[in-house]
Design a protein. Structure first.
Length: 94
């Protein structure tokens, strides 16, 4: 089962002239961006940004952002992207 999935994935990558290293690099960039965004939102949350007067002056649509939900989503996205990054690095034969 796993072997057939890997063969199908390899066929798709060959069709688009990509290597596992290219896919791994893309997941690495996604992980880097998600971790950066997660760090920034975490810093906002730790400083109590929602209690400041600056936050209250922002437009209402910005005030409704659920920071904790976005923070958790970016964390799970980053962890998934890191694991996929390492997985595709291990599949590369070069």
């Amino acid at each position: 089962m796993l072997w057939s999935i890997l063969q199908t994935l390899n066929t798709l990558l060959n069709m688009f002239e990509l290597s596992f290293l290219d896919v791994s690099g893309s997941f690495g960039l996604v992980a880097y961006g998600a971790l950066t965004l997660n760090f920034i939102i975490g810093m906002f949350m730790s400083t109590g940004i929602k209690k400041t007067s600056y936050w209250k002056k922002l437009p209402p649509i910005v005030n409704k952002f659920p920071l904790l939900t976005i923070h958790n989503f970016t964390a799970y996205t980053a962890v998934s992207a890191v694991f996929l990054h390492v997985f595709f690095l291990l599949l590369d034969k070069q």
